[in-house]
Write a protein that binds this ligand. Structure first.
Ligand SMILES: [Zn+2]
Length: 467
């Protein structure tokens, strides 16, 4: 388990959408402007489950070759959206609030509907057009205000006319954008239901989730709920969705018990890592002996540094599901963070053997190897990290561990280059350039390492986040 926050780099920030519409992404735009990015949450188990949820949907949507990623945002409110045509973003709140796989799969199917419909590109066009219209409207309005104030001091009538000229067209533009957005929502609903039916799944979860938002919106303060903002859910839209969803032969079909268990384990893990200990204890009391409840309690126990008890609990989980890679990963992480990196190595190796895409766990194992202070482990760590970074080329953690491993091997040129890349991936361009300049002096001029370091040195300071 590697639940750690990574800032989403500026390259992937959906600023183009955010600025004009101010519908969906206003908080993200604010974050982006502060240079903080989005806190994304990385966890191999959760990412694998979301991949398994989306794969069939993307296939019937004709998007299987586009390498669409699902990115988890570390935010507790319910939200899901597409932003750059390549990614579906899901708040961890949406995962925690979805009690069945079918509910979150429905949301993913709807978002895939936006991707398949090319809504993003078209919304951008609309926004560009709207921006031009708004600028014209503002110029007209400003002109009228200037004329008003110049002509007659204290004549508020004329000045007000200027203000009206400013806001009238803008309202119209905003309304036309909103109606365009509504059309997109309805079309994404239809596409989503189609994808679900074609993959033999029910659209009931999608309907249940969306209906919840209509109901909740009656009580929720306006503006409080980002999903409601980005997905206006008028009653007629939800009614249309219900009509559509009920025609499916799979309306009553339930998720398989295996998938439901994986879903419950994923939620238990997120609760275990993100909630306070007493909250976990209330949600998963000792009387609940289910595997997910035991998982959540084991995580909460290790987080509150009772390592001995946590390991006993995790061994119990492994005993129940000896082929679950993420129980070994948890054991390794608990041991490493508990100051026993040497003992973490074997369970992490086992997790890597069992997990379908273990790149993040490989980085964790390399961290354990580095922490053992055994010089013989350094070359093993380098090898692991090279493989992991090929899968996760933007991982600052990976480069940081690589720098340590090279340092231990005495390869200072490669260590500097890796440190520079770690800083670069963190978005700290100034540090990256500084270390890369030092790396250049250690490599033979023109060698591959020198060229890479030179690339970093010649990055423009202001464009640190783009490559
Ligand atoms: Zn939507």
């Amino acid at each position: 388990m590697l639940l750690r926050m990574t800032l989403l780099r500026k390259t992937t920030k959906p600023t183009a959408l955010a600025t004009a519409a101010a519908l969906t992404l206003a908080p993200m735009a604010a974050l982006a402007q502060e240079g903080k990015g989005l806190a994304i949450l990385r966890d191999t188990e959760t990412e694998q489950l979301l991949r398994d949820y989306t794969r069939p949907i993307l296939r019937v949507a004709g998007l299987e070759k586009q390498n669409i990623q699902v990115t988890i945002i570390n935010a507790p409110v319910f939200n899901a959206f597409v932003a750059d045509g390549r990614r579906i973003f899901v708040n961890h709140g949406a995962l925690l609030q979805s009690e069945t796989p079918n509910q979150i799969i429905g949301v993913l199917a709807h978002e895939t509907g936006h991707l398949a419909g090319g809504h993003l590109a078209r919304l951008r066009e609309q926004l560009a057009q709207a921006q031009t219209q708004m600028i014209i409207a503002m110029l007209l309005g400003a002109g009228a205000i200037a004329a008003g104030s110049r002509g007659s001091y204290g004549n508020s009538g004329l000045t007000n006319a200027g203000v009206a000229a400013l806001s009238g067209p803008q309202n119209m533009i905003m309304r036309s954008l909103l109606s365009y957005q509504r059309q997109q929502e309805e079309s994404a609903d239809r596409a989503g239901v189609k994808f679900l039916t074609e993959t033999g799944q029910s659209a009931k979860g999608m309907y249940d989730t969306f209906r919840r938002f209509t109901n909740e919106s009656l009580f929720a303060a306006h503006g409080a709920d980002p999903y409601y903002q980005s997905h206006p859910m008028p009653a007629e839209r939800v009614a249309a969705l219900e009509g559509l969803a009920r025609t499916s032969p799979y309306w009553d079909k339930k998720d398989s018990p295996e998938l439901q268990l994986r879903h419950d384990l994923m939620r238990a893990k997120l609760f275990g890592f993100l909630d306070r200990g007493d909250t976990v204890a209330r949600r998963y009391p000792m009387s609940n002996t289910s595997l997910p409840a035991r998982y959540a309690r084991a995580i909460a126990t290790y987080r509150h540094s009772d390592l001995r008890s946590a390991i006993i609990q995790i061994d119990g989980l492994i005993h129940t599901q000896p082929n679950n890679p993420y129980f070994y990963e948890l054991k390794g992480q608990a041991l490493m963070e508990g100051g026993r990196p040497g003992d973490a190595v074997a369970p992490l190796q086992q997790a890597i053997r069992l997990a379908p895409r273990p790149a993040l766990i490989q980085i964790l194992l390399a961290q354990a190897l580095n922490a053992t202070n055994n010089p013989k482990s350094a070359s093993a760590a380098v090898k692991l990290l090279r493989g992991a970074l090929a899968q996760e080329p933007e991982s600052p953690d990976g480069y940081m561990q690589l720098a340590m491993a090279y340092g231990r091997e005495g390869d200072l040129a490669q260590a500097d280059l890796a440190s520079a890349l770690a800083a670069f991936m963190r978005g700290d361009t100034a540090t990256a350039r500084q270390i890369a300049a030092r790396a250049k002096t250690r490599f033979p001029v023109g060698s591959p390492g020198w060229v890479k370091a030179d690339d970093i040195v010649s990055t423009k300071p202001a464009s640190g986040a783009s490559r």
